[in-house]
Design a binder for this molecule. Structure first.
Ligand SMILES: [Zn+2]
Length: 853
C-alpha cells in the first residue's frame, strides 16, 4: 500500500469500528505528511488507561514489511475481536498502539524513486538528504560528521520530526509495557541490552517473549527466528528507538523480518506477515503481565539440589493464597515458556523435577500467577543446571581445536588455510565463495582409551545471520569424517570428497537455523560407536556442509557459525563443543564368603542350607563377605554385583518355594532368635524359584539399584556384607531343605572413579586490572585437580557450575571478566574439579560497585 492508501485504510477502519479504533496524528514530516498512530482497544475512549503495547513499523524506509504487517494486523483485530476469546480478552484489558509507518517520507521515496532508501527525507545542512531515524534517539547517541552515511544519526537527539513525535507519545503514555519495532531483514529478534553484556533482570522476559512468538511462527511456517541476546553483540547500535523505550522501563525488542527488504510478496512477504499475526497476538496478551496489576516477579529462584535424574528448585515469595507458580523446563537455549514446556504448577516455594536424563543441561524459568485474575508475573532470571552423573559415568566437554577448525570455500582455495582458527565458519553457497564447508577438529586425548561413549551432543553457535542471508531452502548436515580419506583439512576438494559413515543426527532445515541460539545434534547409539572409534585415533574431525546449488535469482544461502576466535568471534566459550558422556570398561573381582552358617529352630551349624524343617519352620542360610578385599572406596565405584551360588540337591516333586536374599544387620549369629529378629536392611531384589534350580548350574541373585547403593555405602564404611537366604512358600512346606555349595561367591564389577571433589578454592579475590575485573585465587594442591570453572551470576550466588555465565575453565589461578561492567553488582563462584568431573563447593565472592578494588 502507498502511504496515502494506508491513511485511507486507517480512517476507513476508524469509521467502521469507532468503538475499537481511533486514529491520531502524532506529528508532521519534513515533506508535510501526517505521522499517524492507531489506538486499538475495546471501548477505545478508555485506551490510555489500560496497559499497552507499542508497535512501530518501517522506521527504515526500505523495510516495508513493518508497515504492511501493521495494516494486516489491524484488519485481523477488527475482524476477530468478538470471535477469538484470547484476542477479545487482550482488547478488553489492554491497548495496542500502532504506528504502521514511522518514516512516511522515506517510505514513499523508496516506493517511487529508489527502493534501497533507508533514511528520512530531511535536507541536511550540507545539502545531503536524510537522517537514519533509528540513530536519532538519545540513548548512546553519537554525532557523526558524514551526513551522507546511511546511518547518519542527525545533528542532535530527536532533531527529526518522526523521532520527536514518537518520543512525545511514549513520554506521555506510561501505560506502555511492551514495544516492538519492526524491521527487515534476518528473521531474528534483537531484544534491548542497555549497552551492557551482562544479564538484566528482565533479560529472561525478553528471551521468553521472543521464544513464545517463535512457537507461533513455527505453527504457520515452521520457522523460528534467532534471538540475539545473552552474547556480546559485535557492534552496539547507538541512538536507537529500542534502547530509548527500554530506558523508559518498557520491554523493547526489534524484530527483523524476512530475508529481503522488499521480497517477492506472494512467495515471501505474505508468509512473514502470516506468521507474525499469531505471534503479535501472543505478545499483546502479555502486555497486562508487565503492568502494575500483575503479580511481582519471583525472587531468588535457584537450585537447591540435583542428582542424576532430578533437580530441586527453590525460590522466595510472600505467602499468599491467591498465588501459584508455573515452572518451565527445556533442554534448549532460549526456548519457549508456554504449555509445551510447562512442567510444574505448584503452590509452595519448591519444585522437584524428576525422571530427567543424567549429565544433561536443563534451563528452568518460573512465573507467579494470580489465581483470581489469571495475570502472570514477569519471569525470574533463567536458571541453568546440569544433572549429575550416574555412578558409572563421566563427562567431558571438548572444544574444537583452533588449528583444525575453519571453513573451506570452493573458490577461495588460496585463502582456505588462513581461515583456520580465525574466521567464523561460512557454510553453504554463494556466488563469490562457491560451496563452503566447515571442518571442526576435536582432540580426543582427554577421553580414556577404555571409555565407552554412552551419549554425545554436538553444539554449535550460529551467528550474524543478517549478513549471512538464509532463504527457505536447503539443509545443513554434520558428518564425522574418516581420517584415512583425506590428508589436508584446508583443501576444499579433499574435505568435500572426504568419506564419512553417514550424517550425524538429523539434518537442520534452513528454517531451523536461528542465529543467537545454540544449535545441537544428539548422537544415536550407532553414532556414539562411530565417535568411540575416534578415541584411539586421538582426534575426531567433523564436516558441516549446506546446500550446494543456488536456485535462479538467489545469490547466497550461507550460514555463519562462531568458532570463538577472530574479529567477530564471541569468545572462546562460543567454540563448537562436543559434550560426551562415557563410562569405562568394568573391572571384575570375585569374593569368596567368609562364613557360612545354617540356622534352624534346633541348632546353628556350619555349612549353608535353607528351606523348611519337618515342623514347617524356616531354616535360614547365612553368609558374609569381607569387603576390604575391594580397591579403595574413594577411587572405586561399584557398578554391578551378584551373589553366585550353586545348589547341591534337587527335588522330584514340585513346590512353590522361592528363595530371597536379604542384606541384614546382625551382630552375631548365635541363636535362631538372632536371625528371626534380624534387622533387615534391603532385599537384594532378585529371587530364585526352586523350580528353576534343577536346570541351571548356578543361581545368580543380582543386586538391584538400592541394594547396590547399600553395598557401596558398606564398602565405604568398611563394613562386612551379611546376607541371609530366606525361603518362602504359601503352601506350608515341610521337610524341604536345599543344600548350597560352599563355593558361593560375590561377583562385583567396578570402575575406577573418584567419589568426592577436590578441596574448595581458598582466598578468592577481586581486583581491577586493564579496565577489567580480575579474579584470582590460591592453587588447590591436589594431584587430582583438573582445573577451575568460574561462573558469574548477576542475581544470586551460583550454587552450581552451570548457574550463570561461564567466565573461565582451565588450570590458571586467575581470570579476567572481559565483558563485566564496573557499575553492576554481581556474584562470582569458582569451582575446582577433577577428571570425573566432581565439582568442589563453590568459593563465592560478590562484586560491589561502590567498593574500591
Ligand atoms: Zn531497519
Amino acid at each position: 500500500m502507498s502511504y496515502d492508501e494506508s491513511l485511507d485504510f486507517l480512517y476507513e477502519m476508524e469509521k467502521k469500528h469507532p468503538e475499537l479504533i481511533k486514529i491520531e496524528k502524532i506529528g508532521t514530516t519534513y515533506e508535510g505528511r501526517d505521522i499517524v498512530l492507531a489506538k486499538i482497544s475495546k471501548n477505545v475512549e478508555t485506551a490510555d488507561s489500560k496497559p499497552a503495547m507499542l508497535f512501530t513499523g518501517s522506521i527504515h524506509a526500505r523495510e516495508w514489511v513493518g508497515h504492511e504487517l501493521a495494516l494486516k494486523f489491524i484488519s485481523y483485530m477488527a475482524d476477530n475481536q468478538d470471535i477469538d476469546p484470547s484476542l477479545e480478552k487482550s482488547l478488553t484489558e489492554s491497548t495496542m498502539y500502532m504506528v504502521p509507518c514511522l518514516n512516511p517520507d522515506g517510505y514513499e521515496y523508496s516506493r517511487q524513486h529508489f527502493s534501497f532508501w533507508r533514511k528520512n527525507r530531511r535536507k541536511n545542512h550540507d545539502g545531503t538528504i536524510g537522517v537514519d531515524l533509528n540513530r536519532n534517539f538519545s540513548i548512546g547517541f553519537t554525532k557523526q560528521s558524514n551526513t551522507s552515511s546511511n546511518v547518519y544519526g542527525g545533528e542532535e537527539p530527536f532533531s527529526e520530526a518522526e523521532t520527536s513525535a514518537i518520543k512525545a507519545f511514549v513520554d506521555s503514555h506510561e501505560n506502555i509495557t511492551i514495544a516492538f519495532d519492526y524491521h527487515s531483514q534476518g528473521n531474528v529478534f534483537f531484544p534491548a541490552h542497555k549497552f551492557m553484556h551482562e544479564a538484566e533482570v528482565d533479560g529472561t522476559d525478553m528471551n521468553a517473549l521472543c521464544a513464545n512468538m517463535n512457537d507461533e511462527f513455527a505453527k504457520v511456517t515452521g520457522r523460528k527466528y534467532g534471538i540475539h541476546r545473552g552474547k556480546p553483540p559485535a557492534g552496539l547500535i547507538s541512538g536507537s528507538g529500542r534502547e530509548y523505550y527500554y530506558s523508559k522501563g518498557i520491554i523493547a525488542i526489534v524484530a527483523e523480518v524476512g530475508t529481503k527488504n522488499i521480497p517477492d510478496y506472494m512467495k515471501s512477504m505474505s508468509g512473514s506477515i502470516n506468521e507474525n499475526i499469531p505471534a503479535l497476538k501472543h505478545a499483546f496478551s502479555e502486555v497486562i503481565n508487565y503492568s502494575a496489576v500483575a503479580p511481582k516477579r519471583v525472587d531468588e529462584f535457584t537450585i537447591e539440589s540435583r542428582d542424576a535424574t532430578s533437580v530441586t528448585l527453590i525460590w522466595q515469595y510472600e505467602v499468599r493464597d491467591d498465588i501459584f507458580f508455573e515452572v518451565y523446563r527445556s533442554t534448549k537455549d532460549k526456548d519457549a515458556c508456554n504449555e509445551r514446556t510447562k512442567v510444574g504448577v505448584v503452590g509452595g516455594m519448591s519444585f522437584t523435577d524428576t525422571d530427567l536424563s543424567s549429565s544433561t543441561n536443563y534451563h528452568y524459568t518460573i512465573r507467579a500467577v494470580n489465581k483470581t485474575t489469571g495475570y502472570k508475573s514477569p519471569f525470574a532470571p533463567v536458571v541453568k543446571v546440569r544433572t549429575w552423573l550416574e555412578d558409572d559415568e563421566f563427562f567431558k566437554l571438548i572444544f574444537a581445536n583452533k588449528s583444525g577448525t575453519g571453513y573451506v570455500g570452493e573458490f577461495t582455495q588460496e585463502q582456505n588455510r588462513s581461515h583456520f582458527g580465525l574466521n567464523s565458519l561460512f557454510v553453504g553457497i554463494n556466488k563469490s565463495r562457491g560451496i563452503c564447508d566447515a571442518v571442526m577438529s576435536f582432540d580426543m586425548d582427554s577421553i580414556p582409551k577404555n571409555a565407552i561413549i554412552k551419549s554425545a551432543r554436538f553444539y554449535i553457535y550460529p551467528m550474524n545471520r543478517v549478513g549471512a542471508k538464509i532463504e527457505r531452502f536447503g539443509e545443513w548436515n554434520l558428518s564425522l569424517l574418516e581420517q584415512e580419506s583425506f590428508t589436508e583439512v584446508t583443501d576444499f576438494h579433499e574435505v568435500e570428497n572426504a568419506k564419512s559413515k553417514g550424517v550425524m543426527g538429523r539434518a537442520i532445515q534452513s528454517s531451523k537455523l536461528t542465529q543467537g541460539i545454540w544449535n545441537h545434534w544428539s548422537f544415536s547409539k550407532h553414532e556414539c560407536e562411530l565417535l568411540q572409534e575416534k578415541i584411539d585415533k586421538g582426534e575426531a574431525v567433523f564436516r558441516l556442509d549446506g546446500p550446494k546449488t543456488l536456485p535462479d535469482g538467489e545469490d547466497s544461502q550461507m550460514m555463519q557459525f562462531d568458532i570463538g576466535y577472530g574479529q567477530y568471534g564471541g569468545g572462546i566459550h562460543y567454540r563448537p563443543i562436543l559434550d560426551i558422556k562415557y563410562t569405562l570398561e568394568n573391572e571384575k573381582i570375585k569374593l569368596a564368603s567368609d562364613t557360612r552358617t545354617t540356622i534352624s529352630v534346633e541348632k546353628v551349624e556350619e555349612g549353608l542350607k535353607s528351606g523348611f524343617d519337618k515342623e514347617g519352620s524356616r531354616v535360614y542360610g547365612y553368609l558374609d563377605f569381607d569387603l576390604s578385599q575391594l580397591p579403595d572406596p574413594q577411587t572405586t565405584m561399584i557398578t554391578q554385583c551378584a551373589l553366585r551360588i550353586r545348589n547341591n540337591n534337587t527335588f522330584k516333586t514340585k513346590s512353590d518355594v522361592r528363595y530371597y536374599v536379604e542384606l541384614v544387620e546382625v551382630d552375631e549369629v548365635g541363636t535362631y532368635e538372632d536371625i528371626k529378629n534380624r534387622e533387615k536392611i534391603e532385599y537384594i531384589g532378585y529371587e530364585v524359584a526352586e523350580s528353576d534350580m534343577g536346570n541351571k548350574e548356578c543361581q545368580y541373585f543380582k543386586f538391584d539399584t538400592l541394594s547396590k547403593q547399600v553395598l557401596d555405602a558398606m564398602h565405604q564404611e568398611g563394613k562386612k556384607l551379611k546376607l541371609v537366604i530366606k525361603p518362602t512358600s504359601s503352601l506350608g512346606m515341610k521337610n524341604r531343605i536345599v543344600e548350597w555349595n560352599d563355593d558361593a561367591e560375590l561377583v562385583i564389577k567396578y570402575i575406577p572413579k573418584r567419589r568426592t571433589a577436590v578441596a574448595k578454592v581458598e582466598n578468592l579475590k577481586i581486583s581491577k586490572e586493564n579496565k577489567m575485573i580480575k579474579l584470582s585465587w590460591d592453587k588447590v594442591e591436589d594431584e587430582a585437580l583438573t582445573g577451575y570453572y568460574v561462573v558469574r551470576n548477576s542475581f544470586h550466588t551460583p550454587n552450581h557450575f552451570m548457574d550463570g555465565v561461564k567466565i573461565y575453565g582451565g588450570k590458571d589461578t586467575y581470570t579476567y571478566d572481559n565483558f563485566a561492567s564496573f557499575d553492576k553488582e554481581k556474584y562470582y563462584a569458582v569451582f575446582a574439579y577433577d577428571d570425573v568431573p566432581n565439582f568442589s563447593e563453590p568459593a563465592v565472592i560478590k562484586y560491589n560497585p561502590l567498593e574500591k578494588y
